[in-house]
Write a protein that binds this ligand. Structure first.
Ligand SMILES: *Cc1c(COP(=O)(O)O)cnc(C)c1O
Length: 396
């Protein structure tokens, strides 16, 4: 039975490989942190994790998780609405709302699920979703599951957004959806302008804060802090899998009735297991840490400024960034792979991205700076880039 299909898959896989798009995974044998060990036994500095605040191996979070294992056990064995809601889940949801200045919050197994389950319960064919063209795959999938009319505008292009809003006056309700930080360029969505247009054209706004929460804004409260819009945005989604500890978990937070409706109707919430208590406990501790001190955000911001200015001084072409993502532009796909491989030999772990992940002829190496990096790590990274950059003729 399998033979025909097997042949089909083998052919497809071969085509992926021949196009140079086959993804091989490197194996890490240490904890996730600034200096990691890979399966070859080599120690390298990690500059491609979403570990923005350096919390993935935080002793404090590990302690909180261990304590919860003792007090609340390992798993919930239930979705939330049957018997999967613990006191820790409710506390974490309250912490999330407090952090973002919103009315309520709902947890998911991942932000992929939060985005997958946010549109369909709220909007139908009478409504409109207006989406940035560079939005995350999970937003695109979530929109596909919803019957609302779809509009798309070029990345951060406010003229196109305005045109969409004009046409979408034909629909009952309008929701503008954007990533807070776009992961390939590191640019922040112009939320001030989006909000102004939303007000003018009677639309709601949703921001996916996955790459911006913990990072953007003076105290890491995300794009609503940066643009002075706390409490004004109807829907925010985010992940616990990046800056916020890096384990797993997602959330939607915003207006009370919206969150209420998601608890009633959101399918990934209703039909998927509750997150383990230890993850909730570590999340609570993490948000407490954020309100006690701004040390990590301050360090991340100064590390990013330091790294970007050193790289520019070395002569690299760096995309303007307002986040911890630093795109080193190389343009040529092959060069991006060559350079990443040579950097790994130098002990710097980074990833080269090229078409179709980024537009054609806009290949790059994406560097992600972390509060877990020390100045010596950043210096080592810049030195390796400079050495290899000269070798490959990227810089003089
Ligand atoms: C990473 C990411 C997600 C997915 O988050 P998970 O919790 O890992 O599922 C969703 N949206 C954006 C914008 C992301 O960057």
């Amino acid at each position: 039975m399998y033979q025909d299909f097997q042949k089909h898959l083998q052919k497809e896989l071969k085509a992926i490989e021949e196009a140079g798009l086959y993804k091989n995974e490197r194996i890490i044998t240490s904890a996730q942190q600034a200096a990691i060990r890979v399966s070859t036994g080599k120690e390298v500095l990690n500059f491609c994790a979403n570990n923005y605040l350096g919390l993935a191996n935080s002793k404090e979070l590990i302690k909180a998780a261990k304590e919860a294992l003792d007090t609340h056990g390992y798993g919930m064995s239930s979705v939330r609405f049957i018997c999967g809601t613990g006191d820790l889940h409710k506390q974490l949801e309250a912490k999330i709302s407090e952090f973002f200045g919103t009315e309520d919050a709902i947890l998911y197994a991942a932000c992929f699920d939060a985005n997958g389950g946010v549109f369909e319960p709220l909007l139908d064919e009478n409504d409109a979703i207006i989406s940035d063209s560079l939005n995350h795959a999970s937003i695109i999938d979530g929109v596909r599951l919803c019957k609302a009319q779809r509009y798309r505008y070029a990345n951060a292009n406010m003229d196109e957004l305005e045109n969409c809003l004009k046409v979408a006056q034909a629909q009952r309700h309008r929701l503008i959806v954007t990533d807070g930080v776009f992961s390939m360029d590191g640019n922040v969505a112009p939320l001030d302008k989006i909000y102004a247009l939303a007000t003018k054209y009677n639309a709601m706004v949703m921001v996916d804060e996955s790459h911006s929460a913990g990072v953007v804004g003076k105290t890491g409260r995300g794009t609503t802090e940066q643009f002075n819009l706390r409490g004004k945005i109807e829907i925010l989604t985010g992940t616990l899998g990046k800056a916020f500890g890096g384990a797993v978990g997602g959330f939607t937070t915003g207006k009370k009735e919206i969150i209420d409706m998601l608890r009633q109707r959101s399918r990934p919430y209703l039909f998927s297991n509750s997150i383990p208590p230890m993850i909730a406990a570590a999340g609570i501790r993490m948000f407490d840490m954020m309100s006690e001190t701004n040390e990590l955000q301050d360090k991340l911001h100064s590390n990013t400024d330091y790294f970007v200015s050193k790289m520019k001084a070395a002569g690299f072409d760096i995309k303007p960034t307002q986040s911890a993502i630093c795109a080193v532009m190389l343009y040529d796909a092959k060069l991006s792979q060559q350079m990443a491989a040579k950097l790994l030999d130098e002990g710097i772990y980074v990833t080269g991205f090229y078409y179709p992940v980024v537009p054609k002829d806009l290949a790059r190496i994406r560097v992600q700076v972390s509060a877990g990096h020390e100045i010596e790590h950043l210096d080592k990274c810049v030195a390796a880039f400079t050495k290899i950059g000269k070798e490959l003729g990227v810089i003089k």
